[in-house]
Design a protein around this ligand. Structure first.
Ligand code: ARG
Length: 461
């Protein structure tokens, strides 16, 4: 005989490997409290339809709260032969506590299909709130540092070649703006996670006139999944979370890569705190940026989870199929990885030391070649011409084997007669940076405005 919850039509027992292959309690037990909350809301709604008496409801509620206590105190006794998943485990235990006559009425009109979708959405909603807090903290540290260290200058790069001087804060705020967009995306996708599938039944809907709106409200959802087939078939809310998390980790990985480069002896712009570094078992001098390398590495894992789930879902016929259970484990790991990564990244940026002298020493006068061209632009010479002239100055400095700012005024005039004495003022990094004062630029005022804009984005709920 088959003692499973659904065992009525079965005569044979299940292959032991199949039992283990099929069970999900090992991981979906994390939903125990969402499952219980959902069941209480469902029982309450079924009291209004007349399926349950008030007394039966009270018993179910009392029993479910007792089950909750058992999970919380680690006293829940799992019965591997019958407890297939969190839903069956909770219901089995409820029956033992309040008796099967009443417990057996709880599942009327409900399916594990709408139940698991409800549990997952409730769980994910809480997690997204937690991740939102981490993300806000992270961007707050970035803005605070950007404000405090606004005077530090460093080379800005394209193609990893020194390009133009920028403020260190400007570099930080580049990532700040990426992460602020991730925050916005998180808030947008939460709207779609926050819809209630409970009451969709196995697929076709509820035959007892259950008040889905009331259940959704009780569970804190903002509205319903309005098609019962969609309610049980949909894992888009998981896919979308992973797409979001993948984009976030893509940014995180680039950020980490920059800092790994900047922390090398060759650059020496930043030094990681001991708390986020590790040593070498062989080379005593080593201090390695493992935290950043893990951030970069874990992005791959997160992208894989996203692609994997999309592959699992794309070929499934409507509506619920067991393939959908494969969305649970990657979701759990994805959320954990994102949460851990955000906390590590916040720790890294909070404790990072910068070497302003090394940053400054990396600036070279040829990085002002554009400013030299712009000098003549301000005298009315077309930029295409000034670009060429400035290029000749770069070539001259290279021939003379001296930095561009060491060329004499006479030498500059030799290249173009329109250079005046004031041209020597071009070779000033601070001045170059302050020239970029249009919105979004690297001047102090423009950077301070970026900080303001970011801070407003953090508040906008
Ligand atoms: N553990 C299952 C899941 O995660 C619960 C739903 C099972 N429903 C079913 N009809 N087999 O998807």
């Amino acid at each position: 005989t088959n003692t499973k919850l659904w065992g009525g039509r079965f005569t044979g027992s299940v292959d032991p490997v199949m039992m283990q292959y099929n069970e999900s309690l090992t991981f979906d037990r994390v939903f125990y409290s969402q499952d219980i909350r959902g069941s209480i809301a469902y029982a309450r709604a079924n009291t209004k339809t007349g399926i349950l008496t008030q007394h039966e409801f009270s018993e179910i509620e009392r029993g479910l709260k007792a089950v909750q206590k058992e999970w919380e105190s680690n006293a829940f006794d799992i019965k591997p032969e019958v407890d297939e998943d969190i839903h069956t485990a909770n219901e089995r235990r409820l029956g033992e506590i309040i008796g099967k006559d009443i417990a057996g009425k709880l599942h009327t009109g409900r399916s594990r299909n709408d139940q698991v979708a409800t549990d997952m959405r409730l769980w994910l909603k809480e997690q997204l709130d937690r991740l939102e807090d981490y993300l806000i903290d992270f961007v707050k540290v970035i803005t605070a540092r950007a404000e405090k260290e606004i005077d530090a200058l460093m080379p800005g790069y394209t193609h990893l070649q020194r390009a133009q001087p920028i403020r260190w804060s400007h570099w930080m705020l580049m990532y700040g703006s990426f992460f602020a967009s991730d925050l916005q995306r998180l808030r947008e996708l939460r709207v779609r996670v926050n819809k209630c599938p409970l009451g969709c039944g196995a697929l076709a809907g509820n035959p007892f006139g259950i008040d889905r709106e009331a259940m959704a409200r009780e569970l804190g959802f903002d509205g319903l999944i309005m098609n019962s087939l969609a309610g049980v078939a949909d894992r888009d809310f998981v896919v979308e979370t992973m797409q979001w998390g993948s984009m976030l980790m893509m940014h995180m990985s680039r950020w980490a890569e920059d800092l790994i480069i900047y922390s090398t002896g060759e650059f020496h712009f930043v030094q990681l705190a001991d708390a986020y570094s590790t040593g070498s078992s062989l080379m005593p001098q080593k201090k390695n940026p493992d935290s950043l390398e893990l951030l970069r590495g874990k992005s791959g894992r997160v992208f894989g989870q996203m692609a994997g789930l999309m592959m699992s879902v794309k070929g499934i016929p409507s509506t619920y199929n067991k393939d959908l259970q494969e969305s649970v484990e990657p979701m759990l790991d994805h959320v954990k990885t994102i949460g851990d990564s955000l906390q590590i990244a916040t720790g890294v940026i909070s404790t990072l030391a910068i070497d302003r002298e090394a940053m400054l020493a990396s600036l070279t006068p040829d990085m002002l070649a554009t400013d030299l061209a712009d000098y003549l632009v301000r005298k009315g010479v077309p930029f295409r011409e000034t670009h060429h002239i400035s290029g000749q100055v770069v070539a001259l400095a290279e021939r003379e084997r001296k930095p561009m700012d060491q060329l004499s005024f006479a030498e500059l005039q030799g290249v173009d007669g329109r250079f005046e004495k004031s041209v020597m003022e071009v070779f000033d990094y601070e001045k170059s940076v302050e020239m970029r004062s249009a919105k979004g630029g690297t001047s102090k005022a423009a950077v301070l405005e970026q900080i303001e804009v970011l801070r407003l984005a953090l508040e906008a709920k």
